[in-house]
Design a protein around this ligand. Structure first.
Ligand code: ZN
Length: 481
């Protein structure tokens, strides 16, 4: 009697997430896992999907997100699953949804996670339990944020932590790691952590060492002092003897254009001596909280969201300032809290960093408001379509690896990121000829084109441009590596 599986993808071209050359094969799924890869002509399935002419790849892993609350409050996660994303790494840039106190005021940018007060979690374990009770469509691999730990622990954030505060933060970090957090993220670029010294971070991070957990950082500086910031990051990794992840590597502001020619060789050289990973998003504009400092207001600034002035979303800061008869910096102050898009990078740097062989793809999307940065909906198809196919920056096998196998390896996501028997059945099926990001700065929420279907832990979650309603995402913890 022939084998009957839950699902068979028939006749697709498998790009398996290891950078190996593509091959033709059927892929069978059983009980949430990949059960067979090869010629399955003799086998049947409860459901068959015709994948002829399409690429069958591991589901994409978004190595850098701010989806901590979205996986609960926007649990269908259409902005990610529509791109083929099946796993999101949360808690980046020092900001995580837990632990928080119920009654505390959140300083910018901690208030940009779309956190309803009723959904505050005082323990990291409570956050993960909530996700297990009401799963999202995608898997969640969580980090805990250092700025969040500071905000919970410290009365004022404009100074380094005292020894007692460091100890308190260590305790919170231990709780998060025991619950399953993959590591600690920092955002010393941001006001809530700008005054944290290297020593503070090393001391708070002590519990990471025994567990070989990750240190993930939005560095202090991504402009003129980016080399110093890299040195600080590597030093923290060495002192704690743990891997570091340089988040959304970039060099910004015009005088620094071309500096990736210096940063990348330094990163490569350091990789010979210690564990270093990096990610980047495929756009020349960044997006973050609305800032008032000159350096950030140098180029074009597009308002993405504003709490006091929601009507300004999608408009240029310069136009708003002119209308209000104030300078850019004052207009920015009046628009806070909110998010903006900053055109501060050079295309050559973006391409050089993206093409660097160890660079993972991460969206850094902010799931907030009507006019987000288009990376929220477009990052992965943009790398596959625009940068791999159209610009020919690297082969499709490499593009897929940068968003699957490489990321799973760096974050220690066991059983993910590859197509092989026994792996979790996270799969993205797409048309290599037509895949493209449709989201633009003007229309940032248009779903990508060319995604045929997306499968999360064996359940079809996205098909023919529509969400199926599946909520099969798992919580991926450090313990389950
Ligand atoms: Zn960041």
């Amino acid at each position: 009697m022939s084998q009957i599986y839950d699902l068979i993808l028939r006749g697709g071209t498998v790009i398996d997430g290891t950078k190996a050359p593509r091959f033709e094969a059927d892929v069978a799924v059983q009980d949430g896992r990949i059960a067979a890869v090869g010629d399955l002509a003799g086998a049947g399935a409860a459901r068959e999907i015709d994948a002829r002419g399409l690429v069958v790849a591991p589901g994409f892993i978004d190595s850098h997100t701010h989806d901590d609350q979205a996986v609960l409050s926007q649990a269908d996660m259409s902005f990610k699953v529509s791109q083929g994303v099946t796993t999101v790494v949360t808690g980046n840039c020092g900001i995580s949804a837990a632990p928080l106190k119920a009654d505390m005021e959140l300083p910018m940018p901690l208030n940009l996670l779309d956190a309803p007060a009723a959904q505050r979690f005082t323990r990291f374990a409570d956050y993960l339990d909530a996700l297990r009770r009401t799963p999202s469509t995608v898997n969640v691999a969580p980090l805990v944020g250092h700025s969040t730990l500071r905000a919970v622990t410290m009365g004022s954030l404009d100074r380094a932590a005292t020894p007692a505060e460091v100890k308190a933060m260590q305790g919170l970090l231990e709780e998060a790691l025991d619950a399953g957090a993959l590591g600690l993220s920092t955002g010393t670029f941001y006001p809530p952590a700008a005054k944290a010294t290297t020593e503070e971070i090393v001391e708070v991070g002590r519990p990471l060492s025994a567990r070989k957990a990750l240190y993930v950082t939005h560095m202090r500086d991504e402009a003129a002092r980016v080399m110093e910031a890299l040195e600080e990051t590597f030093r923290i990794g060495r002192e704690l003897a743990i891997p570091v992840v340089v988040s959304h590597h970039k060099v910004q502001n015009r005088p620094n254009f071309g500096m990736s020619r210096t940063t990348l060789p330094f990163i490569r050289e350091t990789m010979q001596k210690q564990a270093v990973c990096l990610d980047c998003y495929p756009y020349t504009a960044g997006s973050t909280m609305i800032r008032t400092d000159r350096g950030m207001l140098d180029g074009r600034v597009l308002i993405a969201s504003s709490e006091p002035h929601p009507e300004c979303a999608g408009r240029d800061l310069a136009d708003i300032a002119r209308e209000w008869g104030v300078d850019d910096s004052e207009a920015a102050r009046r628009l806070q809290p909110g998010t903006a898009i900053y055109f501060l990078m050079d295309e050559d740097d973006v391409q050089r960093i993206l093409a660097f062989d160890e660079t993972m793809v991460g969206s850094d999307g902010i799931p907030l408001g009507e006019k987000p940065h288009p990376r929220l909906w477009g990052t992965f198809p943009r790398v596959l379509g625009h940068y791999s196919r159209d610009v020919a920056l690297f082969p499709l096998e490499t593009a897929v690896w940068k968003m699957t196998g490489l990321t799973a390896r760096n974050f220690g996501l066991a059983g993910r990121g590859r197509i092989a028997v026994g792996q979790h059945a996270d799969l993205a099926v797409f048309d290599a000829a037509t895949i493209r990001d449709a989201a633009t700065y003007d229309e940032p929420t248009r779903p990508a084109e060319g995604i045929h279907c997306v499968i999360v832990n064996g359940a079809v979650a996205w098909e023919q441009g529509r969400h199926t309603g599946a909520r099969s995402g798992a919580v991926i913890t450090r313990a389950s590596r």
